[in-house]
Design a protein around this ligand. Structure first.
Ligand code: HEC
Ligand code: HEC
Length: 281
């Protein structure tokens, strides 16, 4: 499972010139950053090409803003790649035509290391109360995983807040995409012998369908045995959190997600990211 995700992430990294920050980017960082040997070459490239303006720690200087903190953390790898390759016209950020693609990739990986070593950011609420809500009253953990605990029927939110702002998180929670991806909805399968399965379709080909039921069990069903397949008209993500949670509670839940994504919770991979010394040769 982990391996599969890592392979997909690699394909996405080199394949798609994605302009938006997606869930895939989150996976991308989570799966590849800690083991990325490229960041070692990246520290040299960074020291010689970037540090003069952005500072050795990437936190900015007289000539350029911080790229270790703030909005750059929410840019995808491919967006940063594009900035380094083409520069930002009309500003002091030059284009680095002299760097090879692999050097740029390594400098992006190193930038993620610098970003991981940042200070704690201001949370809109209380992360501990948010954790209690996530695993308690708000019921998020029935479907979502965070820091290795919770459900699996919806996406793992452990690193969600690394690439999404507070406002984006708030709107994803209170105003979920009503007609999102078909696969984000539950499906009900009725087989010709009268059995019913409810869950998420994880895989489908011409002859079979793989369904994960709400208890987590996988069912491989032959299409020839399926009498009916119906997708629920709505995503499983409840659409009423805007009214069932107070705005304070919402801020607490978002704070919990931010805390987890920034390694505030033991057991998250980000917490183990080694801090490298860019001055070492
Ligand atoms: C000659 C100085 C200089 C050098 C060298 C330099 N930068 Fe920049 N960089 C800037 C300036 C100035 C900006 C701000 C541009 C603007 O006003 O939007 C910037 C912006 C950026 C941004 C976008 C920041 C944002 O908030 O959108 C990224 C990412 C970035 N630089 C990465 C790098 C990397 C990686 C390197 C090394 C390969 C590098 N820069 C080298 C001057 C520099
Ligand atoms: C009944 C199941 C269920 C519950 C309960 C639930 N969610 Fe979701 N959530 C989903 C599904 C399904 C999606 C859409 C796609 C996916 O993430 O799999 C989703 C999407 C999201 C997204 C967007 C994810 C992305 O990658 O864009 C966020 C953020 C989120 N939920 C947060 C929460 C929070 C916080 C709670 C609790 C306050 C919660 N959810 C409760 C099922 C649920």
């Amino acid at each position: 499972m982990i391996l599969l995700v890592a392979i997909t992430a690699t394909v996405a990294r080199f394949g798609a010139p994605a302009a938006v920050v997606s869930a895939q980017d989150v996976q991308d960082h989570k799966q590849s950053a800690p083991t990325q040997p490229a960041s070692q070459k990246g520290d040299k490239v960074f020291a010689s090409s970037c540090a003069g303006c952005h500072g050795l720690d990437g936190r900015g200087g007289d000539r350029a803003p911080s790229i270790a903190t703030g909005r750059v953390q929410r840019l995808s790898d491919s967006q940063i790649f594009g900035i380094v390759q083409h520069g930002i016209t009309g500003t002091g950020m030059p284009a680095f035509h002299s760097l090879s693609e692999s050097e740029i990739n390594s400098v992006v990986a190193y930038l993620r290391v610098l970003q991981g070593a940042k200070e704690t950011i201001a949370l809109p609420g209380d992360a501990n109360r948010g954790k209690a809500l996530f695993f308690g009253k708000a019921g998020c953990s029935a479907c979502h995983m965070a820091a290795g605990q919770g459900g699996f029927i919806a996406s793992d939110l452990s690193s969600y807040a690394r690439t999404h702002s507070v406002d984006e998180a708030r709107s994803a929670i209170t105003n979920p995409n009503p007609n999102g991806d078909r696969l984000a909805r539950t499906a009900t399968v009725t087989t010709s012998d009268g059995n019913k399965f409810v869950g998420r379709v994880r895989n489908e080909d011409n002859f079979s369908l793989q369904l994960q039921d709400l208890d987590g069990a996988f069912h491989l069903l032959a299409k020839s045995d399926i009498k009916r397949l119906e997708y629920n008209s709505q995503s499983m993500m409840p659409s009423n959190y805007g009214s069932t949670l107070s705005s304070g509670e919402l801020n607490d839940v978002i704070s919990y997600l931010m805390n987890v994504a920034n390694g505030g919770e033991s057991g998250t991979p980000q917490a183990e990211t080694p801090k490298e010394n860019p001055e070492e040769d």
